[in-house]
Design a protein around this ligand. Structure first.
Ligand code: G16
Length: 543
């Protein structure tokens, strides 16, 4: 086997963020940039000789070339086998599913998730461990440390084989198995949900639109919704993955999934609408003229979980990221199960699921999932909703209203200030951090501050501590404002302001969310000086 040892220089900016290394395509196009990071991953792992690696990506610009390079590097570094999705495609949850099913050593996923693609867009790479979940901080820190001192990488001299058909090859001494990217995932979904009941729903004329946003879930949604469940052709829109996502921003929210949102709020709207993101782990759920917040979605799935066969025995517990609304906490309390609050980032749920402490978890950032894999899972959430709708036989809006009537409503919104000056955003956070001790007991607007802190998390399973995970200001009565800087942006900094108000009174559940939160929005501006620090008058995106 002819292996070349290529001399290289370290890059100083290969620190993984909330979910792997995400950079502009132009950054990844620098000679040796990808190779350095891949070698840094391999150098940080032990005991993979002869083992299996799973490899795939969301098909964005650069995916194909990166897959070929990584195949040659995996062979040169001594992996025994690589399972790679046909055409280099695997959604993030499908990659997690394949890692677990075939007991692989780990996996490499190429994606910048919901960030735009194309030559001027973003690219990304992350490593998942043998449990199928994103590498914990211990490993990502080691990868970063290695990337700062790397001096050479190993690559096979042979070119990588074509991977456009399901097939088996040998590359150097390594086996390459090209797999159908959908089959294993679809099989897992049939084991969790009542496909017969959902098919019956569609036979009864139930109308759905799924927007794949020209990203990875197109093939998955078409196979499962249209071919397996019998939804009419055309249920899935924008179903062909494109390297630049058709010029769109594959982030399933009210701003970027505009085509779907227009249809769901238009005349003759379908009964149910959903969308997923670049790599298939996020989801947005809509009813006819009705938007379900991700926080409410988690709470509702928790409350109704046992209707799905895979969850019929009940839930071990539920977890949400700190900025996610506390709606799920109330359901957990009513069910008598534990509810955990973790920092932002799916990697924090892995230990809880591996230890059997939680079954469902979710985040405000349009992510929901369960212990069936170790990633959030967009299409899984959509199928879960379909299962509930098939059993409850109520429109989405009625289901959510009934949920609020029972548990109360957590009005919730996130205001994002994208691409602001990084130094200015950091100063804003530092200033606020410096004033936290003085806030408790003081009045902001009409509200009295109950607590103010910089969220720190001690993992109950392994005791690891993660600090500086977002500034929380909590008020008497349960209202809350959270400030965080995004860990996934690639341009300047993104300031996220999360606003929440609990309203038990059903008479007040019909208010407009931004109006219900108006005083908190004002307080957030006053306490943090957003305009003064960033020069911005208004958020870029409101969800
Ligand atoms: C990633 C993480 C999520 C996190 C989200 C937003 O999602 O996997 O856990 O909630 O980023 O992070 P931030 O607020 O730091 O931008 P994805 O879908 O981008 O992989």
């Amino acid at each position: 086997m002819a292996v070349t040892l290529v001399k290289t220089q370290p890059f100083t900016d290969q620190k993984p963020g909330t979910s792997g290394l995400r950079k502009k395509v132009k950054v990844f196009q620098q000679p040796h940039y990808l190779e350095n990071f891949v070698q840094s991953i391999f150098d940080s792992l032990e005991g993979f000789a002869g083992q299996t690696l799973v490899l795939g990506g969301d098909g964005r610009y650069g995916n194909r070339e990166a897959i070929a390079t990584i195949l040659r590097m995996a062979a040169a570094n001594g992996f025994g086998r690589v399972l790679v999705g046909r055409d280099g495609l695997l959604s993030t949850p499908a990659a997690s599913c394949v890692i677990r099913k075939y007991k692989a050593f780990g996996g490499i996923i190429l994606s910048a998730s919901h960030n735009p693609g194309g030559p001027d867009g973003d690219f990304g790479i992350k490593y998942n461990t043998g449990n199928g979940g994103p590498a914990p901080e211990k490993i990502t820190d080691a990868i970063y440390a290695r990337s700062r001192e790397i001096s050479e990488y190993r690559i096979l001299d042979e070119p990588a084989p074509a991977i456009d058909q399901v097939a088996e090859f040998t590359l150097g001494e390594m086996r390459v198995s090209v797999i159908d990217p959908v089959a294993d995932y679809a099989e897992l979904m049939t084991s969790l949900f009542d496909f017969a009941a959902i098919a019956e729903l569609f036979r009864g004329g139930f109308r759905m639109r799924f927007d794949a946003m020209h990203a990875i879930t197109g093939p998955y949604a078409t196979a499962i919704l249209e071919q397996q469940l019998g939804a009419p052709a055309g249920t899935v829109i924008n179903g062909v993955p494109l390297p630049d996502f058709g010029g769109g921003h594959p982030d399933p929210n009210l701003t970027y999934a505009k085509q779907l949102v227009d249809e769901m709020f238009g005349d003759d709207a379908p009964d149910f609408g959903a969308a997923s993101d670049g790599d298939g782990d996020r989801n947005m759920v809509l009813g006819s003229h009705f938007f379900v917040t991700p926080s409410d979605s988690l709470a509702l799935l928790t409350a109704n979980a046992t209707v799905a066969p895979g969850y019929a025995d009940g839930l071990a517990g539920v977890a949400r990221s700190m900025p996610t609304s506390m709606a799920a906490d109330r359901v957990a309390e009513a069910l008598g199960i534990d509810c955990y609050e973790t920092p932002t980032g799916w990697k924090f749920f892995g230990n809880l699921m591996d230890a059997g402490r939680v079954t469902l978890c979710g985040e405000e950032s349009f992510g929901t999932g369960s212990d069936h894999v170790r990633e959030k899972d967009g299409l899984w959430a959509v199928l879960f909703w379909l299962n509930i709708l098939a059993v409850r036989k109520q429109p989405v809006a009625d289901l959510v209203h009934a949920h609020w009537a029972r548990f109360g409503r957590n009005f919730y919104s996130r205001h994002d200030y994208e691409a602001v000056d990084k130094a200015a955003a950091e100063t804003l956070m530092d200033d606020l951090r410096g004033r936290l001790d003085a806030l408790p007991g003081s009045r902001l607007g009409e509200l009295r501050v109950a607590y103010a802190d910089d969220f720190s998390y001690t993992d109950p399973v392994d005791g690891s501590v993660s600090e500086h995970q977002g500034i929380r200001i909590g008020f008497e009565g349960g209202d809350r404002i959270v400030f965080r800087l995004s860990g996934t942006g690639t341009e300047g900094a993104t300031l996220r302001v999360y606003l929440e108000r609990y309203e038990p009174d059903p008479q007040r559940h019909e208010q407009d969310t931004q109006q219900a939160l108006a005083d908190l929005i004002l307080i957030a501006e006053q306490v943090a000086g957003i305009r003064r620090h960033t020069g911005r008058d208004a958020p870029t995106v409101i969800t």
